[in-house]
Write a protein that binds this ligand. Structure first.
Ligand code: ADP
Ligand code: MG
Length: 243
């Protein structure tokens, strides 16, 4: 389980996250929603220590991090074995084949023997529907394929949680669908995920829990159905703006 208590993050005078407390249940998918600029990316990045809130406490399973205290590189590394971020822009290594992209982390960080890492990488490629792309280079892939490789690469690290910030925002609608299908499949296999998305039908399908951020405050934190059937005027206005 991941949780945060009183997470507060400002950029200058701009309080982007104001005393946020919540939990992300294991083996479930939590979806973070909110208008543009509401702090969703900053929040997700804070969980992965890519942003540094000025105060608050982060619990990553049995690892506790006080944001106000110095954080060692050892702690950062340990934190990133609990949560693995999949970036919008995939961040694949352009000079490495798909297979080599996937085994890079397992071989160099987890010290997995190369043959074992390759075997698992091929299984993961199968899982994301790209068994035939092992020897391709990132430039030879469509955006949807590149994003599925990025997802396979994150799964290869066996993080407890995968964090995805608008994973399909760079993709055309027909390519978006193939990525969402993969995420739904991973969700069905009980991979713990935290996803920021603007796709409401996907959110409705995949989320066990919804967090709704607005103006730095958590305006909703609860079950998916309760959010989409909410009679809160702000939530209704948000949902109306998304259709
Ligand atoms: P969202 O992902 O919900 O669109 P963000 O977390 O990206 O929102 O941004 C929340 C607020 O923080 C915005 O007002 C944005 O301009 C500001 N912000 C984000 N990153 C930075 C930064 N590195 N420096 C200054 N302001 C930032
Ligand atoms: Mg964002």
């Amino acid at each position: 389980m991941i949780s945060v208590e009183n997470l507060t993050k400002s950029f200058g005078d701009n309080v982007v996250l104001d005393h946020i407390s919540t939990a992300f249940p294991a083996e479930e998918t939590t979806v973070i929603l909110g208008p543009s600029g509401s702090g969703k990316s900053t929040f997700l990045r804070s969980l992965n220590l890519l942003e540094r809130p000025e105060s608050g406490v982060l619990h990553l399973e049995d690892l506790t991090i006080d944001y106000a205290q110095p954080i060692s590189s050892k702690t950062t590394l340990a934190a990133r074995q609990v949560t693995e971020m999949v970036f919008q822009s995939f961040n694949l290594f352009p000079h490495l084949t798909v297979l080599k992209n996937i085994i890079e982390g397992p071989v160099h960080v987890l010290k997995t023997p190369k043959a074992d890492a390759e075997k698992e990488a091929r299984e993961l490629l199968q899982q994301v529907g790209l068994a035939d792309k092992a020897d391709s280079y990132p430039a030879q892939l469509s955006g949807g394929q590149a994003q599925r490789v990025a997802i396979a690469r994150s799964l290869a690290m066996h993080p407890r949680y995968i964090l995805l910030d608008e994973p399909t925002s760079a993709l055309d609608p027909e390519l978006e669908l193939e990525v969402l299908k993969v995420l739904l499949k991973i969700h069905d296999e009980n991979q713990s995920m935290i996803i920021v998305t603007h796709n409401m039908s996907f959110a409705k399908q995949v989320a066990n829990k919804i967090l709704f951020l607005e103006h730095g405050k958590m305006r909703y934190d609860g079950p998916t159905a309760g959010f989409f059937n909410s009679d809160d005027a702000r939530i209704q206005a948000f949902l109306a703006s998304m259709t």
